[in-house]
Design a protein around this ligand. Structure first.
Ligand code: NAI
Ligand code: MG
Length: 491
């Protein structure tokens, strides 16, 4: 007799809250065995290829082109041709029609894109379905709206397009970062050569299909795949007028050095080590949800992740206790399962980096907590992790881990919170949890961070500019600010 049966006199209480498997069907995605580059509206064969895999089980998915200098040369020529051959002179209202079409097609094909994003990148399907895809479509809708209003966005300044934009994006939000880059560039009348990250090229390649469906003129968007060498060839190409880069601070710095004196425009969106600051008057249970969303969303592969939790000393114990209890309910596993909260780590390389920094945390004397969870045998996995007893000087409090690892630090006064939160070379985002509106404003003014969230975290909207201070980069994406890097002004 089960426990449930024995309690006949009371309402039934299940003894086991384990979820049954709820896998999303993947047959909506049809992959080709081999992909070339998308140049001038055509697929161009790649001379050399590498294999892209699914990080959940290392299954090979497709052969991907390793872009050479010649491929980049062809792509830049195609982009230049399309720029001069009408795209830049098209009325904004006409450009807008293409962007609206792209947005609608992304919505129509959202499930296909979401499944592919989770398969190739490892993020939970509920995130790619509910966050990446809606936001990517929203970006195209939003910038479609600006395309014929540039003169109102910048009155009396006679905005005109920059020319050919080289865009290099990372693997944590592959399609969303593509949308952040391509939508404003096209709205402003530029053409594009974009390189997706080497581990996650598939949604960018599927996007080429959307471009054809939308009948975007050939050469306006060109996609060249490959690793850092392909990226470097884009950065160095003389025919490129503007570089937009999202990725590591190390590569961002190298790009800035290379471009110094060339006259090419540059925006950099780099790493972060955000402070999530919880005051003793905040709603603790809501704060716990915000902390979890801040650091375990997308396995912590988020440049603005709330990786440093600052808890006011009077509440650190109950807060950490609640947090640990919450972590026990996180479901780690198959990215394609609809109940999964934390998916696979994107690559072997990233897993190695996380493991190295977590080991450094142990060695330096921090106390580690990981909830009991069984990780799949194949693929790349890391359990949600919390470090307490962390000193400001530890590597886990200073360096970007880019994984599901939280460092808990404490403070006593608002001034101390500000000082400690700003004690970092980065400055992308911050979170403040308090009941007092005045304190929110006081803190927001003092945080050296591009975005400050109040009583929430990791909220995005295409109309809201995003970008960094200090080593987190410069330039803004999103909002009216996001148009500026793609425009020249006569006045
Ligand atoms: P990465 O900066 O090497 O890669 C980002 C993009 O830049 C990729 O498309 C890559 O192919 C390209 N790239 C690499 N070297 C290049 C070069 N010399 N010239 C032009 N393009 C180049 O980042 P990686 O190695 O994938 O990750 C390392 C660390 O960087 C992560 O552990 C994380 O801490 C951070 N990162 C931050 C991101 C963010 O959103 N801010 C995104 C990805 C990584
Ligand atoms: Mg790298």
């Amino acid at each position: 007799m089960t426990e449930l049966d024995r309690r006949q006199d009371r309402s039934p209480v299940p003894q086991d809250w384990t979820y049954a498997p709820a896998p999303e069907a993947r047959d909506i995605v049809s992959l080709r065995g081999r992909y070339g580059h998308f140049i001038g509206g055509e697929w161009v064969e790649a001379a050399e290829t590498y294999t892209t895999i699914a990080p959940r089980d290392e299954e090979p998915l497709a052969e991907i082109g390793e872009g050479t200098e010649q491929d980049v040369e062809r792509a830049v020529a195609a982009a230049r041709g399309a720029f001069e051959d009408g795209w830049s002179a098209l009325p904004g209202s006409e450009r807008a029609k293409y962007l609206f079409r792209i947005a609608r097609i992304l919505q129509e094909r959202a499930r296909e894109f979401a499944v592919l994003e989770s398969l190739n990148g490892g993020k939970p399907i509920k995130e790619s379905r509910d966050v990446d895809l809606p936001l990517a479509a929203a970006h195209f809708f939003y910038y479609a709206g600006w395309a014929d209003k540039l003169e109102y966005a910048f009155p009396n300044r006679q905005p005109r397009p920059v020319g050919v934009a080289g865009q290099i994006i990372p693997w944590n939000f592959p399609l969303l970062m593509l949308a952040w880059k391509i939508a404003p560039a096209l709205a402003c009348g530029n053409t594009v050569v974009l390189k997706p990250a080497e581990t996650t090229p598939l949604t960018a390649l599927l996007f080429c299909d959307v471009l054809r469906q939308a009948e975007l003129p050939a050469g306006v968007v060109n996609i060249v795949t490959g690793d850092g060498r392909t990226g470097a060839a884009i950065v160095d190409h003389e025919g490129i007028d503007k570089i937009a880069f999202t990725g590591s601070t190390e590569v961002g710095k190298a790009i800035q050095r290379r471009l110094a004196g060339t006259g090419k425009k540059l925006t950099l969106e780099l790493g972060g080590k955000a402070a999530n600051i919880v005051f003793d008057d905040s709603a603790l249970d809501q704060a716990v949800e915000g902390i979890v969303n801040g650091i375990y969303f997308n396995q912590g592969h988020v440049c603005c992740a709330g990786s440093r939790l600052f808890a006011q000393e009077s509440i650190v114990e109950p807060l950490v206790e609640k947090l640990k209890r919450r972590l026990e309910t996180l479901r780690v596993g198959d990215p394609l399962d609809k109940n999964t909260d934390v998916g696979a780590i994107n690559s072997r390389m990233q897993l190695d980096k996380i493991e190295e920094l977590v080991q450094a945390g142990r060695d330096e004397g921090a106390e580690i907590y990981q909830p009991p969870c069984t990780l799949p045998e194949k693929g790349y996995w890391f359990a949600p992790t919390v470090f307490t007893n962390v000193a400001q000087s530890y590597r886990i409090a200073q360096e970007e881990i880019f994984g599901p690892v939280l460092s808990v630090l404490t403070f006593r006064t608002p001034d101390e919170a500000v000082e400690k939160a700003n004690n970092t070379p980065f400055g992308l985002s911050a979170g403040v949890w308090t009941e007092k509106g005045s304190r929110i404003l006081w803190m927001a003014q003092r945080m050296r961070a591009g975005v400050v969230w109040a009583n929430t975290f990791n909220r995005f909207d295409p109309s809201s500019p995003f970008g960094g201070y200090k080593e987190s980069g410069f330039g803004r994406e999103g909002g009216r600010h996001g148009l500026e890097p793609y425009l020249e002004f006569d006045a």
